[in-house]
Write a protein that binds this ligand. Structure first.
Ligand code: SF4
Length: 321
């Protein structure tokens, strides 16, 4: 059976021009997203991992055109999102939704939560007030909130409840793909599992696909079908989940996994990643990871490794493969 790809990204770039001097002159580009290609199939969860500053959030925002891409293609159900005008983009945005790390950022503190969810239905063009109220009630129930909370304000809710409201707001648009940007990392550990289970229930019920952005590999292991690892604006490894955790190839992936005791193979030592992620304004030569890599070889600082498929569905950018 042919897999229906809902999202296809080809060589996507998002650069930010940096200027300096009294008369500003360009001195370089911050390559926040630097040639990313990936696909997400219908009802699939693609986990996207990497340290802070590796470009995960910018990638999510660029897919939604909350940040304008510098170049590349974003195909959503075959339609080139980059070429859409503002009006068509607004219509499409309902199908492509985002859930933020901080639920407060997507909720207006002066608006009741019912009103906040209803606003999404107004944008969607549902004119009947009665239908909107009914749908808000159903959405609140779907995310585990009492319909009686309609008239309450965001400050009256806990972090977990506010994230449920954020999810209800995203679902109000009947999306096909949700970009979930660290949706549980601001929540207490006890609440994280509830929100993750809720997101999985909704995915199974409504047939949603997720791009699940996280720095937490244990969460990604729980929720994803495939996993992609990002470093300095590029995908350096991508594989089906079981293959990814059984046979990680890229030294960066090895290091990330080894940092978590429960994910570290019994025969493997913990690998300490040296230093921080280098500046994307001036990335290291050759393989961008070579300054921190525990398996570097002579060619690494000289030549940028190609990103290629080394086993069915398993892609890696490293000279060792
Ligand atoms: Fe390490 Fe070289 Fe592979 Fe880069 S190409 S990850 S430096 S071994």
């Amino acid at each position: 059976m042919k897999i229906q790809q809902i999202l296809e990204i080809k060589e996507l770039k998002k650069y930010y021009r940096v200027t300096s001097g009294l008369i500003p002159r360009p001195v370089g580009d911050i390559k926040a997203v630097d040639g990313v290609s990936l696909t997400i199939a219908e009802k699939e969860v693609l986990g996207l991992v990497g340290e802070s500053g590796c470009g995960k959030t910018t990638l999510g925002k660029t897919i939604l055109r909350l940040e304008e891409p510098t170049s590349g293609e974003i195909l959503f159900n075959g339609m080139d999102v980059v070429k859409l005008n503002k009006g068509d983009m607004r219509k499409l945005r309902g199908k492509l939704q985002i859930v933020f790390q901080d639920p407060d950022s997507s909720l207006d503190p002066r608006m009741t939560v019912g009103g906040s969810i209803e606003e999404a239905l107004v944008i969607q063009g549902i004119k009947s007030a009665g239908e909107r109220t009914e749908r808000v009630g159903a959405l609140m129930e779907k995310v585990g909130l009492e319909a009686g909370f309609y008239e309450r304000y965001p400050h009256e809710f806990s972090g977990g409840q506010k994230q449920r409201i954020g999810i209800a707001r995203a679902l109000a648009m009947d999306p096909e793909l949700v970009i979930a940007d660290e949706p549980v990392s601001a929540l207490d550990v006890s609440v994280q599992a509830q929100i993750l289970n809720l997101m999985m229930d909704i995915k199974d019920r409504d047939g949603l696909a997720y791009l699940f952005v996280s720095h937490d590999l244990s969460i990604v292991k729980y929720i994803s079908d495939r996993v992609a690892v990002m470093y300095l604006g590029r995908i350096v490894e991508m594989a089906e989940k079981h293959e990814f955790f059984k046979d990680p190839l890229h030294p960066y992936t090895e290091a990330l996994l080894s940092a978590i005791a429960s994910l570290r193979p019994a025969d493997k030592e913990k690998i300490l990643l040296k230093g921080d992620v280098p500046s994307p304004l001036n990335p290291p030569s050759g393989c961008h990871f070579h300054t921190r890599c525990h398996r570097m070889i002579a060619i690494c600082p000289e030549v940028d490794p190609a990103y290629r498929e080394v086993a069915p569905g398993h892609f890696v950018a490293c000279h060792l493969y």
